[in-house]
Write a protein that binds this ligand. Structure first.
Ligand SMILES: *Cc1c(COP(=O)(O)O)cnc(C)c1O
Length: 384
């Protein structure tokens, strides 16, 4: 019996050389408590990287979205539009605030929020007197949504955007950093993201008053008083100084990580270039993706094995692949919510879910590991 081959992960943490030094410094100076010098520096450095006035570091991307929605005054009974094609963490904070999500389809060009569907949804919402109080727009698999288009559509209705850039830190849209196109942008430093603090998140914005309020809520909403006094509900959402140290080290290698992931993508694309029925996630003219995950769709009229079968076959070889996100309007949790497809006949995200897979894409994926993935996939594919 041979030993099980070494596992090849979809996206695994990839430390640089400075993280351990920052952690050691936190230990040496005994800054283990949540707040400390690395936390402040990490916020300043992410704000500088993104080109925003400020940033607040929190325990997760989910917490970041929650705080952004609260800062926008979202409360019970409010409507919030959200991309349907995303991870559930984009939408759950809408429920935390007691608000009602309405889901918007993707466009085929970027797989992100469809301007066409958004326009129709806003027109209908205005007619029924239920305009959304915010929009959560998601940048999937490392690529920015088309913000010029989305913002043009939102403008007449004065609806603010929360940019869920959890998967797109390091990407650009028209030369400007991802995460800077809404009232608030949020990043995630979960273990599978492009850089990680094991768990962590960040809110970036130019609205310094709102960021101050967010920082206040994230540390239990302690009033300025000589004792523990509270006038508002707070949360225990602040990132720790130790984890912020990891984040500072990771930020130093972010651009290298982007290049590495793009190289992984290009290698898959080359390896499968002579084959039929494979469509890689398109990269739009207006942006530069991080290619956080290499995502592709398979044409079922050419490739007979469904995504699930391919994923199972690779799992036997200890290779981790995944389906694309199951749309939120298909989730039992959100099945009762309204949904606006790209047009009356086409639901783009439903077809992406039905036909797509993500491949191992870590910045630390070695060429020989990637060859194993490619070799495992080839038997399913068809020559031109
Ligand atoms: C990972 C992710 C989040 C949540 O971030 P956490 O740090 O895991 O809470 C939110 N939205 C999207 C699109 C994500 O991929």
């Amino acid at each position: 019996m041979g030993a099980k081959p070494e596992r090849i992960f979809l996206s695994s943490p990839h430390m640089g050389s400075a993280e351990q030094l920052f952690i050691n410094d936190a230990f040496d100076t005994n800054w283990i408590a949540p707040v400390g010098p690395h936390l402040t520096k990490f916020e300043e450095e992410v704000a500088a990287y993104s080109g925003t006035k400020g940033a607040v570091a929190v325990t997760s991307g989910t917490a970041a979205i929650h705080l952004a929605l609260r800062a926008l005054g979202i409360g019970p009974g409010d409507v919030v539009f959200c991309s349907s094609f995303t991870f559930v963490a984009s939408a759950n904070p809408i429920l935390y605030q007691g608000a009602k999500p309405v889901f918007i389809d993707s466009e085929p060009e970027s797989w992100n929020m469809s301007p066409k569907a958004l326009k129709r949804a806003l027109e209908e919402a205005e007619k029924s007197g239920q305009l959304p109080k915010a929009i959560v727009a998601v940048n999937l698999y490392g690529q920015s949504a088309d913000y010029d288009e989305l913002k043009k559509i939102c403008e007449p209705y004065q609806v603010p955007i929360v940019e869920d850039a959890a998967e797109s830190l390091g990407a650009t849209y028209k030369g400007k950093a991802s995460g800077t196109f809404g009232e608030f942008g949020i990043f995630s430093f979960n273990g599978n993201k492009i850089i990680t603090t094991s768990n962590g998140g960040m809110i970036v914005s130019d609205n310094m008053d709102a960021l101050q309020k967010i920082r206040f809520w994230s540390t239990q909403a302690k009033d300025i008083a000589k004792y523990y006094q509270h006038s508002e509900t707070g949360y225990n959402y602040r990132l720790s100084n130790v984890l912020a140290g990891i984040g500072r080290g990771q930020l130093m290698v972010l651009d290298d990580r982007v290049e590495a992931r793009r190289r992984v993508f290009n290698r898959y694309q080359e390896a499968f270039s002579g084959l039929r029925g494979i469509h890689f996630m398109p990269e739009t003219q207006h942006g530069r993706s991080t290619r956080w995950l290499t995502a592709l769709t398979l044409d079922s009229s050419v490739i007979t094995a469904p995504p699930e079968k391919i994923i199972e076959a690779l799992e036997v070889q200890n290779i981790e692949t995944r389906r694309l996100w199951k749309p939120m309007h298909r989730q039992p949790l959100y099945a009762h919510c309204d949904y606006y497809p790209h047009d009356e006949q086409t639901s783009v995200c439903d077809s992406l879910f039905a036909s797509g897979i993500c491949l191992p894409s870590g910045s630390n994926l070695t060429p020989s590991q990637q060859n194993k993935v490619i070799d495992a996939l080839l038997p399913f594919f068809v020559q031109c």
